[in-house]
Design a protein. Structure first.
Length: 176
């Protein structure tokens, strides 16, 4: 809609507001998932999946226009701040994931769920290995095993996140 807001009719204004809400839903849902990762769980290894990574991956797969790399960067900054990581670890890796998913989607187009899950598994393992390497570069070197446990739980959580995001997307489309 190119007309100024004050010139829009009531039904056009409703559609305009619905479009604005639709644009911010992926960011808000992903940030809520990131905040959910800060819930205190008393375990010696990070058993929670990396929900921010899953949020960026799934939204970039299903709605690439709603998860641009700059938004993935901002979510990465929020991850780094909330998790107490050196600033730039997730802020570097999450936009790279969004860009990689866009490249794969442009190359392969539509495909089956199994391909998505296999691709997600590879991206998750690569993400965790790169995160471990970047943490070592930042001077926060630790064992690799906890990150691999987190990678496994993230891979296992993929179907639940896809189901959640699909239901959110259906509700957004039903509201149109």
């Amino acid at each position: 809609m190119n007309a100024p807001y004050r010139l829009l009719g009531p039904s056009d204004r409703v559609r305009w507001w619905q479009a604005q809400v639709e644009r911010v839903v992926p960011a808000i849902v992903t940030l809520v998932l990131v905040a959910a990762m800060t819930v205190p769980i008393f375990a010696s290894v990070p058993i929670l999946p990396h929900l921010g990574l899953l949020g960026v991956f799934v939204w970039a797969t299903f709605q690439p226009g709603l998860m641009p790399p700059w938004l993935a960067f901002l979510i990465g900054v929020a991850c780094d701040i909330l998790f107490g990581l050196p600033l730039g670890i997730n802020a570097t890796l999450l936009p790279a994931v969004a860009l990689f998913v866009r490249l794969v989607e442009a190359r392969y187009g539509t495909h089956r769920y199994g391909f998505d899950w296999l691709l997600a598994s590879g991206v998750i393992v690569a993400f965790e290995l790169l995160q471990w390497w970047l943490l070592a570069l930042a001077g926060t070197h630790g064992p690799l095993t906890p990150l691999l446990v987190q990678a496994a739980t993230t891979i296992l959580a993929y179907p639940a996140i896809v189901l959640l995001f699909a239901s959110i997307q259906r509700r957004l489309q039903a509201a149109r």
